[in-house]
Design a binder for this molecule. Structure first.
Ligand code: NAP
Length: 277
């Protein structure tokens, strides 16, 4: 059997890094892509190409995909993992930060997918795995931009299931709950504006909830748990599209399931201590 190849974006840390290690342990060729590859310890792994790919830089995408094809001859599985969270009132987020969020989490995923599809299409097989979130199917306060990207990603992925399923390529959505990575630390793009007084009470309540999440990160599941689910999605040979990952993913969806939109918004306001205006 020929050795299979996975290309992963955002492999410098967290879920992407754990996924690179996991596929390597299972004997795969790994293309671990990241914005700053020089210091990565993944260089020490055999059958692993560590190379630069910024999902907002189309030239870097094309160069990395070509390097993967030159080294390993094909790409069997693409893991679109790179992403981060722009958090805060929509009005407080500068426009360039808003655009960067959508460029990274949504346009970047579509650009990398478009770059990898030709090799999968001509071989008539492949799996595209998009890392969404529980936030791809349910919402939380003051997170409109992140939800725009993850809901958008899930819609795009579901639609791609039709056109790509027809030519032998499977698409998958991974929905992690809370995972102990840089996500709520260095990767969080937090915005607030003290001049926007009308949001003050709500933002104070939300900021407390975010601080609690950052302090209690040890309660989150390790990224290796998500890596295992990604590997299962890559190899199970099924047409299953959505996979939840992490200890509390089901609990999050449990807050939403069975409620109308209005009931969910009322219950979530209460949970975060936000009263209606
Ligand atoms: N952790 C959670 O609780 C959680 C829950 C649900 C979903 N997720 C999703 O899981 C994915 C991975 O996040 P994580 O938790 O592993 O956080 P992380 O440790 O912060 O990793 C995020 C990765 O994305 C990379 N990245 C950011 N912008 C990029 C760009 N323009 N081009 C290429 N790479 C870029 C980062 O690279 P740099 O090192 O260069 O910054 C980093 O490698 C994200 O899509 C996130 O939305 C996370």
């Amino acid at each position: 059997m020929t050795t299979k190849t996975v290309l992963i974006t955002g492999a410098s840390s967290g879920i992407g890094h754990a996924t690179a290690q996991h596929f390597h342990q299972h004997g795969w060729n790994v293309v671990a892509t990241m914005r700053t590859p020089d210091d990565s310890e993944l260089h020490q792994l055999d059958n692993t190409l560590v190379t630069r790919l910024d999902v907002t830089d189309i030239d870097s995408i094309d160069t990395a995909v070509q390097a993967a094809l030159d080294r390993f001859g094909g790409i069997d599985v693409l893991v679109n993992n790179a992403g981060y969270d722009t958090f805060g009132p929509l009005e407080a987020v500068p426009r360039d930060a808003m655009v960067r969020q959508i460029d990274t989490n949504l346009v970047g995923v579509l650009d990398v997918t478009r770059a990898v599809l030709p090799t999968m299409r001509t071989r008539g097989e492949g799996v595209v795995i998009n890392i969404s979130s529980v936030a791809g199917q349910m919402t939380f306060p003051f997170n409109s931009l992140y939800h725009a990207t993850k809901f958008g990603l899930e819609g795009a992925t579901e639609s791609l299931a039709f056109e790509l399923g027809g030519i032998g390529i499977r698409v998958k959505i991974i929905q992690p709950g809370s995972i102990a990575t840089q996500f709520w630390g260095g990767s969080l793009d937090f915005h607030d504006d003290p001049d926007l007084a009308e949001y003050r009470t709500m933002m104070d309540a939300i900021s407390k909830a975010v601080a609690h999440l950052q302090e209690n990160h040890h309660a989150a599941s390790p990224p290796s748990v998500v890596a295992e689910v990604i590997y299962r999605a890559a190899t199970d040979g099924t047409d299953t599209i959505r996979y939840r990952a992490g200890d509390n993913a089901d609990a999050f969806f449990g807050l939403r399931d069975g409620k109308t939109d209005e009931e969910y918004i009322a219950a979530t306001r209460q949970q975060y201590g936000i009263s209606p205006g």
